[in-house]
Design a protein around this ligand. Structure first.
Ligand SMILES: Nc1ncnc2c1ncn2[C@@H]1O[C@H](COP(=O)(O)OP(=O)(O)OP(=O)(O)O)[C@@H](O)[C@H]1O
Ligand SMILES: Cc1ncc(COP(=O)(O)O)c(N)n1
Length: 265
């Protein structure tokens, strides 16, 4: 049996709803062998981020080297990268190990407001990481920071996707989780647009939605699925995870990583 292997390069969320933990749960549910390179440890729960402890650069590089040179990486994703030095290191490692299917979730600020990427690192994201990425999945505030646009409509989302595509990344998904109305994401392949649609669920339990969505895409790409099939599966996975949230914690709770396969849990 050929095992598909996916690597997440991201921060650890002690609360288990976002970051490395959400990514590994998603990989596992989608039948992909999950590996991790932890960029920072966060002390975090559904009420917020209580501490951030970046891992030394050497340790991040060695984690990536260790898995890439031994187990192999069919696809990877990035999440919280904390600062510009980490971004540059990750970009170098992606090139060194020829990781072609890299999904960059350009995590900047946690839902609760804590900064997960230094503001001055945004340039490194644009100039160093996006050019080596296969796909990027900004939410609305991230797409606004990357492009300088103010995004209020699907037309604006498409314009942002185009401009981000011009930064050297092949596929762009501008996610509509932060818009009003239905949860509509725009997928741009450099020429044309597709939409991923779902109804919006009125729930506070959306902690880690972006992490889970990008991890599901990476998992499907690791299995060799065609792009649009991969993103459609990821959308179905995150929609089920939000729809059937677990209701745990006292704040913005995690999504339900079992839901896609075990509906009505
Ligand atoms: N309330 C909701 N109901 C249905 N789908 C949602 C809802 N909120 C977000 N989504 C979907 O979840 C996915 C993640 O989008 P979102 O914009 O929330 O990402 P994000 O802000 O990067 O997430 P996070 O920062 O929590 O990791 C998208 O497919 C989006 O459309
Ligand atoms: C380690 C880590 N990575 C990513 C997020 C973003 O998730 P959210 O925006 O839902 O807080 C997070 N809170 N923590």
């Amino acid at each position: 049996m050929k095992v598909a292997r996916a690597l997440t390069i991201a921060g650890s969320d002690s609360g288990g709803g976002a970051g490395i933990q959400a990514d590994l749960k998603t990989f596992q549910m989608l039948d992909v062998f999950g590996m991790s390179a932890i960029t920072a440890i966060t002390a975090q729960n559904t009420l917020g981020v209580h501490g951030i402890y970046p891992v030394p650069l050497e340790g991040i590089g060695l984690q990536i080297d260790a898995v890439a040179t031994d187990l192999g990486v069919d696809a990877a994703k990035t999440g919280m990268l904390a600062d510009a030095a980490i971004i540059r290191l990750v970009a170098d490692k992606v090139k060194e190990h020829n990781i072609e299917k890299l999904v960059v979730d350009p995590v900047m600020v946690a839902k609760g407001g804590a900064r997960l990427l230094q503001e001055q690192a945004q340039d490194a994201l644009i100039h160093d990481l996006l050019p080596v990425a296969f796909m990027t999945t900004p939410n609305i505030p991230e797409a606004e920071v990357l492009t300088g646009l103010s995004i209020r409509s699907l037309v604006d989302m498409k314009e942002a996707a185009k401009r981000i595509g011009d930064m050297g990344v092949k596929y762009v998904i501008v996610k509509g989780g932060h818009m009003q109305g239905d949860a509509i994401d725009i997928v741009f392949d450099g020429t044309s647009f597709e939409q991923l649609d779902s109804k919006r669920f009125e729930t506070p339990h959306t902690h880690g939605t972006g992490c889970t969505f990008s991890a599901a895409i990476a998992a499907e790409l690791a299995k060799g699925r065609p792009i649009f099939e991969a993103v459609a599966t990821a959308k179905a996975f995150i929609t089920a995870a939000i729809r059937e949230s677990l209701g745990i914690g006292h704040g913005h709770g995690p999504t339900n990583h079992w839901a896609y396969f075990r509906s009505n849990l």
